[in-house]
Write a protein of this length. Structure first.
Length: 699
């Protein structure tokens, strides 16, 4: 993976972390330090231990000829023993000091206290893998037995996980006990729950403080993770946490208050900024300064707590911006902070407006030293003219291919205004404002050796021939982040999921989770219009090839074969022109030679074309969450009646409010004349028998 070509300068630090991790994976030399120290159980990856509920190993002495292991079963209720072993084949006599059979305390077995365990230790790979063969007396209801245990211990490539496998001749060979242990302190983190009350007069002040605390303590390693409420856009913060526990060996301790969080990270955060609850925009300005100064932001009711904790106040915005408009405040912030801010990352802290804010992306913006704003990007509304001029100035001073995180303000402009202006400067948009825990996620690397493998459906050299029927392909857009991934029905019908390409460096292990969980009916596709959310028609021609090249590299790494466009640079989804000119289509067809096909739109669009044995189709139907299943069935049947030539290729866009159970319930009512097929098969067949009328936007 060519990390340097996938990420802008702002993310190269992340790339270096990943490269350093890869270097550790490949490390060949071993030393006693690889094994020495205390190792604790990863419960989620290990066999059950019942009452003791855990085991730890403390390697006090490690050499070619000796192993001293302090083994402790349990925490509050526990048994300890010391194994001081000569390594190399000789028999070590270890007195049995307690009766408990620790791996299976609910079996009617006991060790013979006063007896002796005979232990033979052998290196299979010095300092990285060894075996223990144990012979000891064991008592059962039928008397005394000579009991044998064969244990293998092996470190993973970067010496962070120790796998201990126990096999006994009396136990089925295919059901050994397996304990995974990690080095004590490695991937220990904290978790805290957020409420769904994001008003300034509700929980926003405390939760904004916590998010900025996250932005400080997650700079070097992932330490603080939040579980967001059920109304949060990204529904699966809990599922990601569980995945980190089960596959990535994270251990989480729960924090229950802001004060407890501050005490936990005492010494890591030393400064704070006070924002003005009467001037909402002061909080957005505070985020900028917090990122530059490694500070947290608080409202005035938390000042006594800051003083109690010994934090230094570095700025107080109370009263500073009273009577000023947003554009005046941001002009002040520009003069004060812009020169110190990154030109590879900027944050639009929009979305919710008024007395409410959900600044889920603020932690990551802080890590990037980004400038925060929510200026209007509406070029046509006179009341926003000054804001638009400043927004245009900010984006014009960013580096090409920079990232714009967050989202436009619902109270000021439209999505199409925001993305069009960013695209016009070759800036990639990554939303939303509610993107959670990214300062944590970006520091969790891929599992060693992991490769992204998509569930392709095409058979090389044996294309599927279309029949005289209606073919439907269903696509879930708005990325996986706010999609229906964890909702009912996934895996029951062929379904395409839009991947957020920049998660490759922003949240690599989150993408790994999706690929791990995908069924053979889940197909990932690339979008939108570039390596991030962009409008292809608005991208300056001078940067188009570079953007397409970056898209191609990401598609290769993520094993994606379908590319999606969406373009509202010429007006609204219904009244505007969502179609693509031939010059843009030609550039993407040429630059993405391995793509099996292309799709376009959000609401229905009208660009249809085929060339070089590949097709580009637009959505013919948007499945509105407001329409009943009966109405959707009627709509699809009517479309099939109007488009009477067979085969008819009906591309359907589904939003996250409709889970797959609902989609399947609709499709099941259509009858045998309709068939739901995977998107790549759909595009392959459409290219073979293009019954659609070719249309592209006039140049």
């Amino acid at each position: 993976m060519k990390i340097h070509t996938l990420i802008p300068a702002v993310t190269r630090a992340v790339g270096l972390v990943l490269l350093a991790t890869c270097a550790n994976w490949a490390r060949a030399e071993s030393s006693p330090a690889d094994l020495q120290g205390r190792w604790v159980l990863i419960k989620e990856q290990s066999s059950a231990i019942d009452v003791f509920d855990g085991v730890s190993l403390d390697f006090r002495e490690v050499s070619e000829g000796r192993l001293e292991i302090h083994r402790r079963w349990g925490t509050r209720r526990y048994q300890e023993e010391v194994l001081d072993l000569q390594v190399g084949g000789e028999v070590n006599a270890v007195p049995i000091g307690h009766k408990v059979f620790p791996t299976n305390v609910f079996m009617g077995l006991r060790r013979e206290v006063g007896g002796t365990s005979e232990v033979v230790a052998q290196w299979t790979e010095p300092f990285r893998a060894f075996t223990l063969d144990v012979s000891e007396p064991l008592l059962s209801s039928q008397g005394r037995h000579d009991f044998q245990i064969h244990s293998t211990f092996a470190l993973n490539a970067d010496a962070t996980i120790l796998t201990w496998t126990l096999q006994r001749p009396t136990r089925p060979a295919d059901d050994p006990l397996i304990f995974k242990l990690k080095r004590e302190g490695w991937r220990d983190a904290y978790v805290m729950e957020m409420s769904d009350n994001w008003g300034i007069d509700e929980d926003l002040p405390e939760q904004a403080s916590l998010i900025t605390l996250q932005g400080v303590v997650n700079r070097e390693k992932p330490q603080l993770y939040f579980l967001y409420g059920p109304q949060w856009d990204f529904r699966f913060t809990k599922e990601i946490k569980d995945y980190y526990q089960e596959k990535k060996a994270f251990s989480f301790k729960t924090l229950r208050s802001f004060k407890q969080a501050l005490k936990t990270f005492e010494g890591q955060v030393t400064r704070y900024i006070v924002w003005d609850k009467d001037v909402r925009t002061s909080l957005i300005v505070s985020f900028t300064l917090a990122g530059l100064e490694d500070a947290i932001v608080v409202s005035e009711e938390f000042i006594p707590l800051m003083q109690e904790m010994g934090l230094e106040q570095i700025e107080d915005f109370r009263g500073r911006f009273v009577g000023m408009s947003d554009v005046e405040i941001y002009e002040w912030a520009y003069d004060a902070y812009w020169d110190r801010c990154s030109k590879d990352a900027i944050v639009w802290m929009g979305g919710d407006a008024g007395r409410r804010m959900r600044p889920g992306v603020a932690d990551f913006g802080m890590v990037q030293h980004a400038f925060f704003t929510d200026l209007s990007t509406d070029a046509n509304e006179p009341k926003w003219a000054e804001e638009y001029a400043l927004a245009d100035k900010l984006l014009s001073e960013m580096n090409p291919l920079a990232m714009c995180f967050g989202w436009h303000s619902y109270g000021k402009d439209k999505e199409r205004d925001h993305v069009k202006l960013a695209s016009s400067y070759a800036i990639r948009v990554s939303g939303l404002h509610t993107l959670p825990n990214t300062s944590f996620n970006t520091l969790v690397p891929l599992t060693p050796g992991f490769k992204f493998r998509n569930h392709h459906n095409l058979i090389p050299g044996d294309p599927r021939k279309p029949e005289k029927k209606v073919y439907i392909a269903a696509v879930q857009t708005d990325s996986l982040g706010i999609g229906a991934w964890t909702r009912p029905g996934r895996g029951t019908i062929p379904y395409a999921w839009q991947v957020t390409p920049n998660w490759l460096w922003m949240s690599p292990s989150v993408l790994e989770m999706f690929y791990d969980q995908a069924t053979d009916k889940d197909l990932f596709i690339s979008g939108l219009s570039g390596p991030g959310y962009m409008y292809a028609k608005a991208i300056p021609p001078a940067h188009r090839d570079e953007i397409i090249d970056m898209s191609r590299e990401i598609m290769e790494t993520l094993d994606l074969s379908v590319f999606e466009f969406m373009d509202y640079s010429e007006g609204a989804s219904i009244e505007g022109n969502p179609d693509l000119p031939q010059s843009v289509i030609d550039a993407y067809f040429k630059g993405l030679p391995d793509a099996v096909g292309f799709i376009n739109g959000y609401a229905p669009a009208y660009t249809f074309t085929h060339q070089d044995g590949r097709a580009l189709l637009s959505y013919d139907y948007y499945m509105s969450p407001d329409r009943s299943e009966r109405e959707v069935v009627a709509d699809l049947r009517e479309l099939a009646a109007i488009n009477a030539v067979r085969p008819y290729f009906l591309l359907m866009h589904v939003r996250q409010w409709s889970d797959i159970t609902r989609v399947k319930a609709v499709l099941d009512q259509l009858g045998p004349a309709f068939e739901v097929v995977p998107l790549d098969v759909f595009l392959e067949m459409a290219a073979q028998d293009p019954t659609f009328e070719t249309y592209t936007k006039p140049e």
